[in-house]
Each structure stands twice: as structure tokens, then as C-alpha cells.
Design a protein around this ligand. Structure first.
Ligand code: NAP
Ligand code: ZN
Length: 351
């Protein structure tokens, strides 16, 4: 089924960094030869949506339709689509285009495209048009930026994997989390609760560092071997020099020196949490143990597919709370209070 007209879709958008969500509509582009029209069913709420919609990372493009944890079904395909057919269960994550020619695109790491990857929302595409994300009933995406959702994963559960899943899986793989490695996960929110499951499935010894003891039982059920409260200063004495890898998923600035002191010689602190303000640390925290600080951005399309297949195979699934379109403003406030177990997912049929 080819389409030579734009598609009207219902969306949830914010008009400014201080405005509440409102229901509006917008037009999705006419299908190009390699485009898919996707009927979105579920869209996860990532803390990045909040940073973006509230203008915390700099001025946003408004009106804004956030959402980069998109799960749905292919509704129509362009004339030259080869990878997907109408009816396929698919996902879209944090980006929807890249140059396709630079060394990073060619090696499957499109997120680091030298021309600049096109984010799923709050960005301009290569034609200069704003992109609008997944708090929406329909989206048009070129097939190279779409992944297949394995049958074992329901679409609501699959949606958070498209950002929170790949953002934690990719650095765990890159820094060789596996048997014999001691890995700490800092922050047990949307990203953190998936990081525990992936690190455990990869064979690492997993320690969770959360502010309080409130989430301990669930952390252990997700596969954590140990759990400590960072509000207790004794935690930092007890765990000094312990970890090969620390994955920081926290949305706020931390005492970086304190976390670096938990690394073994040659250990690495990898930041995926993305607070707006710069971090501060003392270089001696690195020098004295040949330690590294690093960061990681989501993951490429090929690795996202690998992550979904790995999740399906190992029974890894986000714990979600499905909400309606009316509850998104409230859900944002609850995420800010860490009052979410552990990911809100919007049922976009309620739009
Ligand atoms: P989330 O669900 O809000 O989880 C963040 C967790 O951090 C909270 O559950 C809490 O865990 C901890 N935390 C929150 N405020 C804290 C504070 N002031 N001090 C210490 N700990 C605090 O958020 P998320 O969706 O997982 O996203 C986390 C961060 O990753 C955000 O900054 C987001 O923008 C970023 N992100 C980055 C990428 C990337 O590609 N690098 C991709 C997606 C998201 P405890 O209650 O257990 O302490
Ligand atoms: Zn995200």
C-alpha cells in the first residue's frame, strides 16, 4: 500500500518549556521510497523527555512532541521498502536519520554521525524540518532507523528498551561487563533497572548504588548481587577500590570524586545520566588509580536490534506503569520525584 499524501496524526505537544501537554494534530510527511508509516501503540517516558521539554539542556524547538521509546505496527510502506511489511511489530528509538556515509554510520554507530544524527524529536532533519516524537499515534521513519520487536516482547514492555535498554546495554558491552567483572549501577530508575538486568545477564557481578534502601528487594529480583544506600557514608568506605566499571544513570550531578574512589586501578566511570550542569572532580581521583571517566550515547541501530533479541532471549523486561495521555504532566512530576517503578509508558490509543 503506497501513499502519496501526508498523514494527519494526533499528538501530545507542549507549546513552551513551561506549558502543560495539550492534544493537537500534525501532518507526517508523504512516504518516501524507503519510509514506513507506523501506527504507534506505546511510547515510553524517558527522563530525557523531561530535560528537553523543560528546556534544561538549552532552548528547545517548540511546539515539541517528545518521545523516543516508540513501539508500534507498520501501517504502510514506501515503494522501495525491503526490510519490513505492513503488520510488522517495530520500534523506533532516539534518532531517525544520519548521513549514512561517515565512518561511524558505516560502522553501525549512527549516533556518532559526523554530520549530526537527526534526533527523533526536538531536532531539525536534513531538510530543515522539525522532528516530532512518539507521544503521537503515527510516525513516518525511514526503514534503516527502524528495528524489529521480537514476538516474545509485548509492545508496551518493549518500548522502554528503545532508549533505556540500548543506552545501558551498549556501554555494558563496550566496557566488557561480563564474567569476572564487578559492575556498579548508580541510580535505579528507568535506565538503572534495565542496566541491572543486562549486566546480570552478561555475567557480571552487579552492585546497585541507590540513594536509599527502598528499592533493595526489587534490585535483587532484577539480578543484583549486592545493594547499598549512597545516603550512608559507610557505603563509600566499604566499597573503596571495588569496581571495574561504574555505570552512572543519574539525572543529577553527583560527587564524582566519591564515585571514582570506588573504582579499582584502571576502572572506568561511564556516564549515561545527563544532568544539565557540568560535573566537578579532582584529577587526582583519576591519576592515583589510572582511572577513566567516560560517556556513552544510546547505541546504533544494529546494536539496538541485538539488544532487543538479547532481551527477548534472556527474559529481560522493563517494569512499566501504563498511563493514559491525560496523565503525562503528572507522570513527569512523579519521575522528578523518583516516584516511578520503573518506567511510565503512554498508551497512545488514549490520545
Ligand atoms: P529516572 O527514571 O528519573 O532515573 C534516574 C535515577 O537517578 C532515579 O531513579 C534515582 O535513583 C537517581 N536520582 C535522581 N535524582 C538524583 C539525585 N539528585 N541524586 C542522586 N540520585 C538521583 O531517569 P532515566 O530515564 O533513567 O534517565 C536517567 C538519565 O539518563 C537522565 O539524565 C537522562 O536524560 C539520561 N539519558 C541519557 C542517555 C544517553 O544516551 N546517554 C539516554 C537516555 C537517558 P535512586 O532513587 O535509585 O537513587
Ligand atoms: Zn531516552
Amino acid at each position: 500500500m503506497c501513499q502519496n499524501h501526508t498523514t494527519t496524526t494526533k499528538v501530545l505537544s507542549v507549546a513552551s518549556a513551561t506549558a502543560p501537554f495539550e492534544r493537537t494534530t500534525l501532518e507526517r510527511r508523504v512516504l518516501r521510497p524507503h519510509d514506513l508509516l507506523i501506527d504507534i501503540q506505546f511510547s515510553g517516558i524517558c527522563h530525557s523527555d523531561i530535560h528537553s521539554a523543560f528546556g534544561e539542556w538549552g532552548e528547545g524547538i517548540f511546539p515539541m512532541v517528545p518521545g523516543h521509546e516508540i513501539a508500534g505496527v507498520v501501517a504502510a510502506v514506501g515503494s522501495e521498502v525491503t526490510k519490513f511489511a505492513v503488520g510488522d511489530r517495530v520500534g523506533v528509538g532516539c534518532f531517525v536519520d544520519s548521513c549514512g556515509e561517515c565512518e561511524y554510520c558505516l560502522s553501525g554507530e549512527e549516533q556518532y554521525c559526523t554530520k549530526g544524527v537527526v534526533s527523533t524529536y526536538n531536532a531539525l532533519d536534513y531538510d530543515g524540518n522539525p522532528t516530532y516524537g512518539g507521544y503521537s499515534q503515527k510516525i513516518v521513519v525511514t526503514e534503516g532507523f527502524v528495528v524489529r520487536i521480537p514476538d516474545a516482547l509485548s509492545l508496551d514492555v518493549a518500548s522502554p528498551l528503545l532508549c533505556a535498554g540500548i543506552t545501558t546495554y551498549s556501554p555494558l558491552k563496550h566496557w566488557n561487563a561480563g564474567p569476572g567483572k564487578k559492575v556498579a549501577i548508580v541510580g535505579m530508575g528507568g535506565l538503572g533497572h534495565l542496566a541491572i538486568q543486562f549486566a546480570h545477564a552478561l555475567g557480571a557481578e552487579v552492585t546497585v548504588l541507590s540513594r536509599s534502601l527502598n528499592k533493595k528487594d526489587e534490585a535483587l529480583s532484577f539480578g543484583a548481587d549486592h545493594y547499598f544506600a549512597t545516603s550512608d557514608p559507610a557505603t563509600f568506605t566499604e566499597l573503596a577500590g571495588r569496581f571495574d566499571l561504574i555505570l552512572n544513570t543519574v539525572s543529577a550531578n553527583l560527587d564524582v570524586d566519591a564515585y571514582l574512589s570506588l573504582l579499582r586501578i584502571d576502572g572506568t566511570l561511564v556516564n549515561v545520566g545527563a544532568p544539565a550542569e557540568p560535573d566537578k572532580y579532582h584529577v587526582f581521583s583519576l591519576i592515583m588509580g589510572r582511572r577513566s571517566i567516560a560517556g556513552s550515547l544510546v547505541g546504533g541501530i544494529r546494536e539496538t536490534q541485538e539488544m532487543l533479541d538479547f532481551a527477548a532471549e534472556h527474559g529481560i523486561a522493563p517494569q512499566i506503569e501504563v498511563i493514559s495521555a491525560d496523565q503525562v504532566d503528572e507522570a513527569y512530576q512523579r519521575v522528578l520525584k523518583s516516584d516511578v517503578r520503573y518506567r511510565f509508558v503512554i498508551d497512545v490509543s488514549t490520545l
